[in-house]
Design a protein around this ligand. Sequence first.
Ligand SMILES: [Fe+2]
Ligand SMILES: [Fe+2]
Length: 617
Amino acid sequence: MRDRRHVRTVENTKNAENAENSENTGNVAGTDDMAEGENIADGENIADTPGTGDAAGIAKAGPSDVSLTRREFFRGAGLTGLRAAACSLSLFNEDANAAAAGGTPEQIHLTWGDDPTRSVFVSWCSPAQAVNPRVLLWGESAEKRTFHGVQRAYTDGINGQTVFTYHAKLDGLHPDSTFHYAVTADNDRNAALPFKSTFKTAPPGRAAFRWTSYGDLATPVASWLLSSPQSRFAVEAVERFEPLFHLLNGDLCYANMNPLSQPAVWRDFGNNVQVSAANRPWMPCPGNHEIEFANGAQGLDSYLARYSLPHNGTAFPGLWYRFQIGSVLFISLSADDVIYQDSGAFVAGPAPLRPAPSTGNAAIEPGTSFYIHGYSRGAQTRWLEDTLAAASKNDDIDWIIVQMHQDAMSSSKNGNGSDKGIREAWLPLFDRYGVDLVLCGHDHDYERSWPVRGCNHNVGRDAMTGTAVDTCQPKPTITSEPVDGRFDTSAGTIHLILGGGGTSSPLDAYGQNPANGMPQARVITKANRPIPGDTPGTFKKLGADALEDAIWSARRDTDTGYGIAVFDVDPGTPRGKTSISIRYYHAVGADRVPTSDYELFETLVLAKERRDPSRKT
Ligand SMILES: [Fe+2]
Ligand SMILES: [Fe+2]
């Protein structure tokens, strides 16, 4: 076994002249932010290492265990009656010998393998290195199969804590079947009664199924920056709708806003999400707040260490992927690769961010931002086009759904806004190959676009000077609700912003053009590198540089910034139509007081003809 730990070096970018944020790192300005530049961290991809349990290859001793208190656990556990939470309570057996129980599984979550009808990953963490980490699997019969966990370990480049994660690929499964599993290790404190749960594999062929989505979840531990107790209710909401799986569209936990405690933030996130993600796959995409200083070439080593995701066949495993369920192709993208906005880790100053001496990493000076625009050098966009081109020739695929974090179309007044980088790089591909629906987050609100195709040029204006700017304004194909309530997305792509997971920063205020009363969007058309702030030694990043009329905006939720979208696929019948029913539920009042009460905001239906080969006969 081997473990390729990275030597992480952090260099200041050449232009690094700025920052903001009270505590040394990210953007605070309301939410996410901006800038441009090159990568400042250097590292290698995380290597999988068989989790056989010995310590060989781990260059440093175990991590400094950041334990949750019992009280913190109850705040973060979610539905108290759920099996997952109940099992986790035993993590806190105070009589146990903690030193011998470092392999106790926690933060347990599922993801799909390459074929969701036959393969599921079980992933988890443990406070220290696990000995013989494994998953026991059984179905209707009591016969058990054992799958060994593969270890991925990384050492946080800021506080020096080593994190141990494990991944067991359960394959050769039967479609549309319920399985039971247990997660354990030889040094599992609960070895006599290990964590157990169940999951269901995807159905084969054209079939009905449900998924849910939101992004920007954070953790329920409100002492972390951008966390809120609403995060617990958001996880409970997924369980209430019992989807086959959940799409978590980026900004998972905002660890990079708490740079000295990143592994602890991830841990609170993981134990909160376990309440649902141990029962059904949660499929993530990386957001700007997964980008962390000194944690890999893109700052995404923490994210990559925790998730096993379908292969993409490129040099960037785990950052983008596809999977198909029924006649629906899901494509998950890493939009930081194409956006102009700089919104990753950021040191605002005036003090530098000082990594722990054990890391060997130098202080990160005020004004340093971690901007990863263009990191794949086009590999992601080439993969996307190849994937879409193949889908367009595949009559088994009726629907194409894209998940990414940032927004091509957002008219949030105080949030990030729309990013021209997505409009330039990917909207033409969505048009050419007929993507039906794009699910995003980033702005912590709900906004639905009309179906769009193509764009208008030179209709925006500079936010400061008023001079003309080409924002590539997307063109709606219709601007009123369909009479029968059913959208035909073969004519245009609908974008949904679902950024209402559970942060402490709702953004449900929207722009309006005072001159004509139209919805107005702020558009990021160029990189916004850090600039000197108002106080000497501090730095800031400006917001969107351009404005346009949001002629594409169909509906905005002004009641609350929190909610969850529920999608039900009706496969239809041969020579008939297939449909996707979308219901958006919002948590009214959550902007003031966290609530478990989600109520229906709106319903829309997408409908189109099936592409069965039989139609051609
Ligand atoms: Fe966010
Ligand atoms: Fe974001």
